[in-house]
Design a protein around this ligand. Structure first.
Ligand code: TXE
Length: 491
């Protein structure tokens, strides 16, 4: 099946007429083809988005009117959850229950931003108290303009919603560039939006590769704001390109997030959240807790139990019952993670896993993998692997745990487990990271801010922070003409 681009309210071929293959990672077989968008398609999409913003109804509608469209989009996504989740399984590899979770969250994100769009009708204007008499002033929030959104492959439809829903809620128009590895569910958003009554040009979707479609989007002078989730090198390139035109950017990049377990934590509880923190979604999660620090008295017992449970994880096709670990997203990600494991074997002790499970060689599968005894300056301890690979280390004091946790160029997420909530809170405050979990790891809520410190990014998505990404603030100040002024004209 061949899927087209979505530009100015209609599906169309790429200007070049070219397509590219979409591969099912469970068997490495091509199962769909998608239009290979390039600079010309990006230009058409940005032109449509620009026209829709400058002259179209979308930014001029009330928040309540925009909310009605967003709500209908959320309703359609919810109604099509099973079908969309199955596409996600084939495209990305993730187990069906996780794909269903993604689609439910996607619908929830559209509903949440529908509510915020409605509230914007009253919240968009804020009176300002001035210290000088004779003037009144107010701050008005307005949509930033045309937003270019570039997203990764680990949560294909959900990542689209994190950018598209708040941008549309704010009154922006959007050009979305999905990942070339998982373009299918994001492309469906075009049909869903058109059916919900979104005006033509308000959402455009151009599939294609980073250098061919992503780069022209970041360079296009018609784009006012760029929102990106992906790797640090690509984020850095996007930021440098955006600097040329002083475009606003928000970036959500990688991580090597620590999970600190104090000895007063029940071992089963810790094991449950460590497993979830690193093996959920095949470890292809920007906030995955891939570095685990365990207080020395329980280190050996915890590692033994963790190893036993990791070995029990059912690996297989995402549609099989009981599977908790599907294939990685693509042959290239599979190779990348296997290469990282090879490097890890030279730097630390491979406790379990590290290979391709027997009988599953046709797909991009990797066993749940645990490394121990690596040095603090080792590559495997410091770099993002983005696969089912966790590194574990003991610590002897709270100060030491905090020091090791923060000793990273990343600062996306961190977690702490302890029965002593005062201590947990103290450690949570000491982490240099944008997302901190206490006594759990990974649960993500549409209402709460999401984003990183340090090289993990700039800005926050989700919640009201996500909406603010797509709003400009304008000051409107009025002089009371009955008051004296006369700086130049004295009489
Ligand atoms: O990422 P890229 P890739 C990490 C993870 C993974 C590695 C590489 O470690 O192994 O990055 O993955 C588009 N201008 N993360 O290669 O390149 C690209 O088409 C504009 C962490 O998939 O960052 C895709 O749509 N756009 C991460 C998007 O950028 C460009 C999630 C992401 O691709 C571009 C994914 C360019 N020059 C990977 N080059 C997370 N933080 O969640 C590429 N793209």
């Amino acid at each position: 099946m061949t899927h087209q681009l979505f530009i100015d309210g209609a599906y169309c071929d790429a200007a070049s007429g070219q397509v590219f293959d979409v591969v099912d990672p469970s068997n490495r077989q091509v199962f769909a083809q998608v239009a290979r968008g390039g600079a010309e398609d990006i230009d058409r999409a940005v032109t449509a988005a620009r026209r829709a913003f400058d002259h179209g109804p979308w930014p001029r509608m009330s928040g309540a009117e925009r909310a009605a469209v967003l709500r209908r989009m959320g309703d359609t996504i919810a109604a099509r959850r099973d079908e969309l989740a199955r596409v996600e399984v084939q495209d990305n590899g993730k187990p069906l229950p996780e794909a269903l979770w993604d689609i439910d969250d996607t619908a929830g994100v559209f509903h949440f931003y529908a509510d915020l769009a409605e509230r914007l009708d009253n919240a968009a204007v804020q009176d300002i108290t001035l210290s000088v008499e004779g003037f009144t002033s107010k701050a008005v929030k307005e949509p930033v303009g045309v937003a270019g959104a570039i997203i990764p492959w680990n949560f294909p439809m959900l990542m689209a919603s994190w950018k598209v829903a708040p941008a549309l809620a704010a009154g922006c128009t959007v050009v979305l560039k999905p990942s070339e590895l998982t373009p299918l569910t994001a492309l469906e958003l075009g049909r869903i939006a058109a059916d919900a009554g979104l005006p033509a040009g308000a959402l455009n979707i151009v599939t294609g590769f980073g250098p061919e479609a992503g780069q022209p989007l970041t360079e296009h002078p018609g784009v006012d704001k760029l929102a990106f989730t992906g790797s640090v090198p690509t984020g850095s390139r996007i930021m440098a390109t955006a600097a040329r035109d002083i475009k606003t950017v928000s970036l959500e990049l990688g991580g090597k997030s620590p999970l600190v377990v104090f000895a007063d934590t029940p071992i089963d509880e810790a094991v449950e959240w460590i497993l979830f923190g690193i093996f959920w979604n095949q470890g292809e999660v920007c906030s995955a807790t891939s570095r685990v620090l365990v207080e020395a008295p329980i280190y050996d017992a915890l590692l033994a139990r963790l190893t036993e449970e990791a070995q029990k994880i059912r690996i297989g096709h995402g549609l099989q019952d009981g599977v908790l670990l599907g294939p990685l997203v693509s042959p290239s990600q599979h190779e990348k993670v296997l290469a990282a494991i090879k490097r890890g074997k030279a730097e630390g002790r491979l406790v379990t896993g590290g290979g391709v499970p027997e009988g599953l060689e046709a797909g991009c599968y990797i066993q749940p993998t645990i490394f121990a005894d690596m040095a603090e300056d080792s590559w495997i301890w410091r770099e993002e692997i983005f696969g089912p690979v966790v590194c574990i280390k003991p610590f002897t004091s709270e100060a030491d745990a905090i020091r090791m946790a923060n000793d990273s160029r990343f600062g996306l997420a961190a977690a702490v487990m302890s029965a002593d909530l005062d201590r947990a809170e103290r450690v949570a405050r000491a982490f240099r990271a944008g997302i901190v979990w206490i006594n759990c790891s990974q649960p993500t809520f549409t209402e709460a801010p999401w984003g990183g410190y340090k090289q993990s990014g700039i800005g926050r998505e989700l919640g009201e922070w996500g909406l603010n990404n797509y709003l400009e603030t304008k000051q409107i100040t009025t002089w009371d003409r009955h008051r004296p002024w006369g700086w130049y004209l004295k009489d």
